[in-house]
Design a protein around this ligand. Structure first.
Ligand code: ADP
Length: 479
């Protein structure tokens, strides 16, 4: 049995405000570990520890901070298998995908390590002679990082690495279903020489300790990824307290298949977008908008592709998708499956054989025949269920694509360069792609959405440095 622990001010501790038993979502009879929950005092302690470590860490040169990130990258790379295995057992992501995710974490750390010696300001000509005027980035202070369970390694690192590089210290609260992974990741970092107090891991229920973190801690910024409702709540508190914030929330991402699409390219990309990670990505493909005249050939090709998908326990190397992450996820997604079977027509489904009753497995399902305002078309399902909408032509397809409160990611499949380029302009999303799946934006590129998908900042790449620092304008008169 693995036990979660807090890591605050360089000390490990087990909080005593309750516990949760983690069952392997691939086999619920197996107990993977115990998550020990914090109360208010641990959260306040974590903020104090981060505050105490701040002057020392912020006072290092960015190059020295980058050196630390480089050491964390090396240690993580040496532990890909170990960390991926814990995560697969904790939240059900197939091991092959999970190893890829840990490697993404390694690459993010290497990317931000190198930022320590890149330029990060500009010289601005002054109106007067004899004045040197320039900008530089300065740290924000203590940053609260609240992460979800669906990318238990990559999302925390894409927040923590740029936050640290910019000279901030961190209080990190992972999701309840990713705490064993979080503990192991910090253990790997501590073994690699993580300086005390720069990352403070505090484990607990968001509903219980979230308000302590947001209302009673003296945080300088919050970065959150999770549901739209929690994001809205966090944004409201931060706006009232004038805390810099970013919220990455839901998506209802469309793949648009135009009549000239190369289906041999489109179908694997749509299957991957919709069903990898059992559809539990905010960038998952959950609407498939198809030009009406190719519906028969599209449907036939989709069904063939879905028949070949392998759903299996997460540690099975052959698994294309595993179970959903938890019993609450299972209940929530199954309510949409029931709705889909009662109110829509099945277009294609996967009947891959897995031992039912052993884990939270949900067979991939694609349905059609519902109107564009139906909950299946408008609500984020976060599971292996997608809905097909038929479009009369390109303009109708774009209108359907944009008819959602979300604006995270969208794809178009076409062989016509003009249609592809038009779609890059027309799709009201933060990430738009031609002949590629809706998920899978690379770590060096900005990640984020428009409308209700985000608070309109961006993560990853250079964009993250803008969030985790503030610009100071400096001027020196000399003679
Ligand atoms: P999901 O439904 O995907 O779990 P949530 O938004 O509930 O999404 O959770 C995302 C993260 O936000 C988790 O770490 C969770 O513990 C945290 N969280 C949940 N509620 C709150 C809250 N009221 N305040 C702060 N964090 C919260």
């Amino acid at each position: 049995m693995i036990h979660s622990q807090n890591y605050i001010g360089g000390e490990w501790s087990i909080p005593t405000d309750g516990e949760l038993i983690v069952h392997n979502p691939s086999n619920v009879k197996e107990q993977v570990g115990i998550v020990h929950l914090s109360g208010a005092s641990e959260v306040l302690h974590a903020e104090q520890a981060a505050r105490s470590a701040l002057p020392g860490w912020a006072g290092l040169s960015p190059a020295k901070r980058g050196d630390t990130l480089g050491r964390l990258a090396t240690a993580l790379e040496a532990n890909v298998e170990t960390l991926a295995t814990i995560a697969s057992r904790e939240m059900g992501k197939p091991i092959s995908e999970m190893k890829g995710e840990v490697m993404r974490g390694v690459n993010l750390l290497k990317y931000y390590a190198a930022e320590g010696v890149r330029s990060h300001g500009s010289v601005i000509p002054a109106s007067e002679a004899g004045v040197l005027q320039y900008t530089k980035r300065v740290p924000l202070g203590v940053v609260g990082i609240i992460t979800p369970w669906n990318f238990p390694v990559a999302i925390p690192i894409w927040k923590i690495a740029p936050a640290l590089l910019c000279g901030n210290t961190v209080v990190w609260k992972p999701a309840e279903f990713a705490c064993l992974t979080a503990t192991k990741m910090i253990e790997i970092f501590v073994d690699a020489g993580l300086p005390a107090g720069i990352i403070n891991l505090v484990i607990g229920k968001g509903s219980k300790i979230g308000d302590v973190l947001l209302e009673h801690c003296n945080l300088n910024a919050i970065s959150f990824t999770g549901s739209t409702s929690t994001g809205q709540r966090i944004a409201a508190i931060c706006a009232r307290r004038n805390i810099k914030y970013q919220t990455e929330m839901g998506g209802k991402n469309a793949a648009v298949v135009l009549k000239d699409a190369d289906l041999d390219l489109a179908i694997p990309a749509i299957l991957s977008g919709a069903f990898r990670s059992a559809g539990q990505k905010c960038t998952a493909t959950s609407r498939i908008i198809v030009e009406r005249e190719i519906m028969p050939s599209f449907t036939a090709a989709l069904q063939k592709g879905m028949e070949a998908l392998i759903m299996a326990p997460a540690l099975d190397a052959k698994a294309y998708l595993g179970p959903v992450a938890s019993s609450s996820q299972y209940d929530s997604v199954m309510s949409y499956v029931t709705m889909a079977r009662e109110q829509a027509q099945v277009v294609a489904e996967c009947k891959s054989d897995v031992a039912d009753g052993e884990g939270y497995f949900i067979h991939p399902l694609v349905v059609s025949g519902v109107s564009s305002d139906h909950p299946l078309v408008q609500e984020e399902i976060f599971g292996p269920v997608a809905v097909v909408l038929e479009a009369d032509n390109y303009e109708h397809a774009v209108a359907l694509c944009n008819a959602t409160i979300f604006g995270l990611s969208a794809s178009v499949f076409t062989q016509d360069l003009n249609q592809g380029l038009r779609f890059l302009d027309d799709a009201e999303v933060g990430m738009v792609r031609v002949n590629q799946e809706t998920a899978g934006v690379e770590y060096q590129a900005p990640f984020g959405g428009t409308k209700w998908s985000s608070s309109h900042t961006r993560e990853q790449g250079q964009a993250a440095l803008d969030f985790y620092s503030e610009v100071k304008t400096c001027a020196i008169k000399y003679s």
